[in-house]
Design a protein around this ligand. Structure first.
Ligand code: ADP
Ligand code: ASP
Ligand code: MG
Length: 472
């Protein structure tokens, strides 16, 4: 009976919270279970690491790095003080923290002196968030009388490719790495978010990737359950921070959860579901600050609710790219060339739609990928923007709109439901938003569209009211 319990950044946001988490873990272990813990960086630490690495590169100010190091040291020292009582354990944990912070300072100074920040060194810097939080949580668990050790993702058997920043799993040696510890009654506390390449370089799995780490460990150990402990009581009908009337969804199917996560429900990293689904391991989303709440259970079962629509999600910080070209008409393989070119530069395409006239292809990508995408398209198709047909370019023009967002409406009941799209688009127009692009997910449990970001809140509130609060 193995339980994987993943705790997010807010759940371990202070020493007091770490102590609370340690208590939850120890109580579970007492139920005679093998427990593996996966932990994120303390809240805001990953963002701060991103910012300081960028500053080290651009401003190259050593004093700024010193200030940052002091801030990180204080934050984690305070957490140790509040979460661990035994002086011996405190000393032990401080030693680890000191040596890691020392290492972090050296790397940041290196970036400032060299004026170079490669994706590889950036991942290495980002890994410190989890590599600092995990020894503290393991110490706090020991302080409560259970055996526990902190492990890095690589030490727990997560081996990835070298796609730094968004690494993919190549091999899982989780069973070999963790079973001997579990046999000795030890609770491993594994860093979320990070893996290691076969050459030994630390990689990260993409923002919010600790959920994915938990799923990989659950998969590797054939766990009975993967629990995602966070700061809300499960998966909601929409982001409860955006719409206060959002409701908890007690049960979801893997497919629904996958769509929800992929289209912006930040509570689960998009890649979390797949490993669990493959082995039929249930995922339970729980609230660290309200453990008695049942949360959301994600399994194979499709639970039909009275509402056709189960949830509404949003993705911000995206860009809509419209690719125009009369030259594309009847030319087979143009789309394939477009996606191949984008793939070469690792541009992740979120949505695609092709006009029936074949003269226009629209895609949605992350805002941060826009420059890469334009470069890729120019490399493949030559310079566009010279708008005369005489140039005989396949692509005549590319327009980029960055002030947009994606809204998705998700629910297994939408499959085959007649007139649902019409109802959705009427509601969107009633909210005052203008739809710039539409795409229906291939699984038919999702309809997604693009609107101006300024219209986001009104649109989501309107859809939530019409389809979830008052569906009839
Ligand atoms: P953690 O640090 O625990 O991983 P995250 O911040 O990554 O937590 O994810 C939890 C947050 O996801 C919630 O605080 C909530 O604002 C946001 N969220 C967005 N959409 C949803 C949704 N549909 N249901 C629940 N939470 C959502
Ligand atoms: N700490 C990482 C992030 O902020 C991973 C995670 O929290 O899941 O993206
Ligand atoms: Mg998260």
């Amino acid at each position: 009976m193995v339980t994987v319990m993943k705790f997010g950044g807010t759940s371990v946001g202070s020493g007091e919270r770490i102590r609370h988490v340690a208590n939850i873990v120890v109580n579970r272990k007492k139920e005679d279970k093998d427990v593996v813990v996966v932990v994120s960086a303390m809240s805001e630490v990953t963002n701060a690491l991103i910012e300081i690495s960028q500053q080290a590169l651009n401003i190259r100010d050593i004093d700024k790095i010193s200030d940052f190091i002091n801030f990180i040291k204080e934050k984690h020292y305070k957490a140790i003080e509040e979460s661990i009582k035994s002086e011996i354990i405190k000393k032990d944990v401080k030693k680890i923290i000191d040596s890691r912070i020392d290492e972090l300072e050296k790397v940041l100074i290196g970036v400032a002196y060299l004026g170079e920040l490669t994706p590889k060194s950036r991942d290495y810097i980002l890994s410190f968030g989890e590599r600092l939080s995990s020894p503290i949580l393991a110490g706090s668990i020991r302080d409560l009388g259970e055996k526990s050790i902190a492990l890095e993702g690589g030490e727990a058997g997560i081996i990835t490719d070298d796609n730094f920043g968004n690494a993919r799993v190549k091999k899982l040696k989780v069973k070999e790495c963790l079973t001997p510890l579990l046999k000795e009654g030890i609770i491993p506390v594994v860093t979320g978010f990070i893996g290691v390449t076969e050459e030994g370089n630390i990689t990260t799995l993409g923002r919010g990737g600790s959920d994915y780490s938990a799923a990989l460990i659950g998969y590797g150990l054939d766990a009975d359950i993967i629990e995602i402990w966070t700061d809300v009581s499960g998966v909601y009908t929409t982001d409860p921070k955006l719409v206060p009337t959002a409701k908890r969804i007690p049960k979801l199917s893997y497919i629904e959860a996958m769509e929800l996560a992929y289209f912006g429900a930040k509570v689960l990293h998009p890649r979390t579901i797949e490993p669990a689904m493959e082995k039929g391991i249930p995922i339970l989303v729980k609230n660290t600050f309200e453990p008695e709440n049942e949360g959301t259970l994600i399994t194979n079962d499709i639970e039909m609710s009275d509402n056709i629509v189960k949830a509404i999600t949003t993705i911000k910080n995206v860009a809509l790219i419209n690719i125009f070209g009369a030259g594309m008409v009847g030319v087979s393989g143009t789309s394939a060339r477009i996606f191949k070119a984008l793939g070469k530069y690792n541009v992740n395409v979120i949505l695609i739609s092709q006009g029936s006239s074949e003269t226009n292809i629209s895609i949605v990508i992350s805002e941060e990928d826009v420059d890469k995408a334009l470069k890729a398209l120019k490399e493949e198709f030559g310079d566009f923007g010279k708008k005369s047909f005489l140039n005989n370019n396949l692509i005549r023009d590319v327009m980029v709109d960055k002030d947009v967002c994606v809204v998705s409406v998700v629910g297994a009941g939408m499959k085959g439901a007649k007139g649902i799209a019409g109802k959705i688009f009427t509601a969107v127009s009633e909210s005052g938003a203008n739809i710039k692009m539409i795409a229906q997910g291939s699984s038919e449990v999702n309809i997604s569209f693009v609107i101006d970001e300024k219209d986001l809140i009104n649109c989501v509130r309107k859809l939530h009211e019409k389809f979830i609060e008052k569906p009839n």
